[in-house]
Design a protein around this ligand. Structure first.
Ligand code: GAL
Length: 378
């Protein structure tokens, strides 16, 4: 009996020693590494969960210590998270912001001489950072506008029998929302002016019309708000109208709008509005396969994350105008995408991909989905 007790005791000592040695090794892997803070805005839009995981993966693959924070779409929370990163000695911070309130935390980073990369969303009204990396969001909007133009055959439509459209936009606190909207409306406005396309509900011609834009905008990209607004439209301006199309800026809102339309007996399998989207979310790929959503846009956020970490690498090694594989430095008309209102920052743009029922497999082949999502799409 005594021998067994001694053996067990020795065994436990060995196991404990092995674990503590491993733990210190894993800590050692990153303890001496440069620390990058990653501030992600929200998780109710599923793409951001993928963004956070990809950024951390690519940062660690290059030997950085990386910490991801999610702010639940609360800018005060995110500012606290950014300040904590600074206290923990972050040497660079990647920020997917929520609204302009982030500039106070960006100013703190500048004070501490810690570079900031605006990730996917520009940080407006700040001169305290130099880099922005995103997709060509104006082109995302053009994909949406062109799909309505082609899907409704506007080129051959006549003013005697106009097609009806309702307009939705993203969060008015998100600079991308204006580029998405203007990209789409630059294609649709000529048809509205000709009378072949009729807007049902508020109609800001461009996002510069901030007064009317706020009526079609969706605070924090919240699906519930879009659903409520669509239901209200269906019982007021769109009550006695068959909508032929709905401009929806991203998939979370597209599916909320689809839900609202499914509750209206005017719409059925045969007669359903053409509804746009973006982000290639798995449930929206399903909706496209089922004919409920017309299109989405694949923005490969794993590529965006990889390009961002390569940019971070260059910045941390002092290369201030790097070339980033898969991303182009905005030039010409696109330079304005880097205009914060206080300075023009270097904007690196990745290419979005148009997705519809004919090529929905592209994001699957790119490995964009989890195994569970892939099973859902089979
Ligand atoms: C935008 C982003 C879109 C979508 C939206 C909702 O800034 O560019 O891809 O994710 O936020 O979060």
């Amino acid at each position: 009996m005594k021998k067994i007790t001694i053996f067990l005791f020795m065994f436990l000592i060995t196991v404990f020693f092995f674990i503590s040695c491993n733990k210190s090794n894993s800590e050692k892997t990153f303890s001496g590494s440069v620390f990058i803070g990653i501030a992600i805005p929200e998780t109710h839009v599923e793409r951001w969960v993928k963004d956070g995981a990809s950024l951390k993966k690519y940062a660690e693959s290059r030997g950085y210590r990386a910490e991801v924070s999610y702010a639940g779409a609360d800018q005060n929370v995110q500012n606290e998270q950014i300040r904590n990163f600074l206290k923990e000695g972050a040497r660079l911070i990647i920020i997917g912001s929520i609204n302009e309130g982030v500039i106070a935390a960006v100013a703190d980073a500048a004070e501490a001489k810690v570079p900031v990369i605006a990730y996917d969303r520009i940080i407006s009204n700040s001169a305290d950072y130099d880099y922005y990396i995103t997709f060509n969001n104006y082109e995302v909007g053009q994909f949406q506008g062109r799909s309505i133009e082609q899907g409704l055959d506007l080129k051959n439509s006549v003013a005697d029998a106009p097609k009806n459209i309702a307009l939705f936009a993203g969060a008015p606190t998100d600079g991308n929302a204006f580029f998405f909207y203007d990209g789409a409306m630059d294609i649709l406005n000529p048809y509205i002016e000709k009378g072949v396309l009729r807007v049902v509900g508020p109609y800001p011609k461009t996002s510069n019309d901030r007064y009317n834009f706020r009526y079609i905008a969706t605070e924090n990209w919240l699906g519930d708000l879009a659903k409520a607004r669509m239901k209200k439209l269906l019982s007021t301006d769109a009550k006695d109208v068959i909508l032929d199309a709905i401009l929806a800026p991203n998939d979370t809102l597209s599916r909320a709008i689809i839900d609202a339309c499914l509750g209206d007996p005017k719409y059925s399998n045969s007669k359903f509005p053409l509804i746009t989207g973006q982000d290639a979310e798995a449930d929206s790929i399903l909706a496209i396969k089922n004919g409920r959503q017309y299109m989405t846009v694949f923005k490969d956020t794993t590529k965006l994350a990889e390009a961002t970490i390569i940019l971070a690498d260059h910045i941390l090694s002092g290369n201030v105008t790097p070339s980033i594989p898969g991303a182009t430095l905005a030039s010409g008309d696109l330079v304005s995408m880097g205009d914060t209102g206080k300075k023009v920052v270097k904007a690196f743009l990745l290419e979005p991909i148009f997705i519809n029922k004919d090529n929905w497999n592209i994001p699957v082949q790119a490995g964009f989905f989890t195994p569970e999502e892939e099973i859902k799409l089979k």
